[in-house]
Design a protein around this ligand. Structure first.
Ligand code: G3P
Ligand code: MG
Length: 251
């Protein structure tokens, strides 16, 4: 089956908001991305103990808050008391872990798009997707695409929202070969393929493009102008960016 390109992605997507300029995955970070002029943000979503979709990258709370443990061990009323900005500013802040619905409201208000990365804690894959779908149903005018490294999440969102824009994310070809990834995209009719910068080559891009898939690229550190230009030159459609300094021509 030929894949359909259902959306035109922007060249740059703010990674966890703009994670090099603000505390990642916070409203401050998402506002910063829109203030600077980006049209689209990426965020990582998992559920709390009371099954509220929240915006948090890691499986645990340690790195980005002043507490420890798993988010699935706490209700949101407890999680919202944590300081999600101190790790960035090295001082106490009032910055909190947002709920997904807060970010959906922000994107609606600012007319921005969002990439919801499905990032469940282990054992909460299906519930996470279902709770996220319940929320996004009410934001039909906001452009959204879903992505995940997690196969169960990718399959669940594909089955539940077969017409949505979706991407399977790949960090290494050790877990899945390129052929398996392409077959997965074809089986579930997804339209985007998300790759780590470390996997990129012209040959790989050409193979993916032949399948009519859009290609997004992320990196574990910010990409500079030269790296960004090289990506676009070989056919990458969209890049997750941490700090878009010197990149305003791509806004
Ligand atoms: O979706 C792109 C990127 O967000 C994937 O990596 O670890 O930053 O969620 P990570
Ligand atoms: Mg992410």
């Amino acid at each position: 089956m030929t894949q359909k390109k259902r959306i035109k992605l922007p060249k740059l997507i703010g990674h966890r908001g703009l994670k090099d300029l603000c505390p990642e995955n916070t409203l401050e970070s998402f506002n910063k991305a829109f203030d600077i002029g980006l049209k689209y943000i990426e965020l990582d979503v998992k559920i709390s103990k009371d099954e509220i979709p929240i915006v948090l990258h890691d499986d645990s709370l340690e790195r980005t808050t002043n507490h420890f443990g798993l988010p699935t061990e706490y209700n949101y009323s407890e999680l919202r008391e944590l300081d999600a900005g101190a790790h960035f500013y090295n001082k106490k802040t009032n910055i909190i872990i947002p709920k997904l619905i807060d970010v959906l409201d922000l994107c609606k208000k600012r007319n921005g798009g969002l990439n919801i990365e499905l990032k469940p804690n282990k054992g909460f894959e299906i519930k996470n997707v279902r709770k996220i779908i319940e929320l996004t149903e009410n934001y039909k005018s906001t452009e959204i695409f879903f992505s995940s490294f997690d196969l169960a999440s990718f399959i669940e969102i594909s089955n539940e929202l077969p017409n949505s824009n979706r991407s399977f994310l790949i960090d290494t070809f050790k877990d899945y070969s390129l052929e398996q990834i392409i077959n997965l995209s074809s089986s579930y009719n997804s339209n985007i393929c998300g790759l780590s910068l470390s996997l990129l080559s012209q040959e790989i891009i050409n193979i993916i493009k032949k399948k009519d898939l859009l290609i997004t690229v992320y990196s574990d550190k910010n990409m500079n102008l030269q790296e960004v230009e090289e990506c676009f030159n070989i056919g990458v459609d969209s890049i997750f960016i941490d700090d878009p300094k010197n990149l305003s021509k791509y806004f």
